[in-house]
Design a protein around this ligand. Structure first.
Ligand code: FE2
Length: 322
């Protein structure tokens, strides 16, 4: 009986091992299939461009509405025909102003085709600040590093310069205003928009230009103080809230890019809480509350060309009188 029992036990162990091996193989196969399905879905979603519309009562009482088109993180690569068509078509919105919060490029040859795609929008007044992906091309990294902290903490293997002077010249020739550590006023529809912008905080390059200064009585004229940032690090948001900003526009986060449906972003790629990684929220500091719009971005890094539960977006902000 013992021998029989021994054989039975051995047979059971063998069968169990066989079952375990099959189960492992089955689970591995299912995991691989799910991963491939998610990648295929994310590849599709990255081109499902959307327009998010928001309304804010931030203008002085009695002001006419202002329509501001907020673009960010285009990450253009030559050959992105669908993205180029969609960008050009945004001109049909006929915004009063375009605000571009950086990361326009993702390839050394991207400037000419991007300026062509943006040409219809360059007919409108615009302001811009740069992101790190206007200065340097993306590099292939361990994707897991993105999940453990801001990408600025990961040393770049080799910096590949992008042609940001040509990009900024193209914007400038169209009349778009460079707000890289600069401030400037723009009169629109009877309201003076006072802009203050910074170079990319993700690179630690922000220097504050404060607000534009005009004649005496400047502050009594109808105006709106708008801060323009690429990466919405908390130190920069706090600074502008303290400085009296009445609206803050930022990008950089890609809305988390790879999100969990029903939950949201897992990362913001900076120290912004993930629940603020995309959308319109209130930033509070020292008793001041400022509306903060963080764009979910239009593109992706060319080395991670997928989006999940986070469609690429432009944002049309309609500003109304309070
Ligand atoms: Fe970006």
């Amino acid at each position: 009986m013992a021998a029989t029992g021994g054989r039975t036990t051995a047979a059971r162990v063998s069968a169990a091992l066989g079952t375990g091996a099959r189960r492992t193989a089955l689970l591995a196969g299912m995991g691989l299939s799910a991963g491939l399905a998610a990648a295929a879905y994310g590849w599709w979603e990255k081109d499902q461009f959307t327009l998010r519309e928001e309304t804010l009562r931030v203008l002085p009482a009695g002001s006419r509405p202002l329509r501001v088109l907020h673009l960010s993180d285009i990450h253009f690569v030559p050959g992105q025909a669908a993205k180029a068509r969609w960008l050009a078509g945004l001109a049909d919105l006929e915004p009063d102003l375009v605000v571009n919060t950086g990361d326009n490029l993702s390839h050394t040859g991207a400037v000419p085709p991007l300026l062509t795609a943006l040409r219809p929008l360059l007919r409108f007044p615009g302001v811009f600040v740069p992101g790190s992906n206007d200065y340097y091309a993306p590099t292939l990294r361990n994707p897991a590093s993105y999940l453990v902290g801001p990408s600025s903490r990961t040393p770049l293997p080799r910096k590949i310069a992008l042609d940001w002077p040509a990009l900024f010249a193209g914007f400038g020739e169209a009349g778009w205003i460079n707000l890289t550590n600069r401030s400037q006023s723009v009169p629109l529809n009877g309201v003076r928009l006072d802009f203050s912008g910074v170079d990319d905080p993700h690179l630690g390059r922000e220097r504050y230009a404060e607000w534009p200064r005009g004649a005496s009585g400047h502050d009594e004229k109808p105006h709106l103080k708008v801060a323009v940032i690429h990466a919405p690090y908390q130190r920069v948001l706090d600074h502008f809230a303290d400085a009296g900003a009445q609206l803050i526009l930022a990008g950089h986060t890609h809305g988390g890019q790879l999100c969990i449906p029903g939950y949201g972003a897992l990362v913001s790629n900076c120290d912004l809480p993930t629940w603020r990684a995309k959308g319109l929220t209130d930033w509070e500091n020292s008793g001041r509350t400022v509306p903060l719009n963080v764009s979910g971005g239009i593109g992706t890094s060319r080395f991670a060309p997928v989006r999940i539960a986070c469609r690429p977006e432009a944002v049309l902000l309609t500003l109304l009188g309070a």
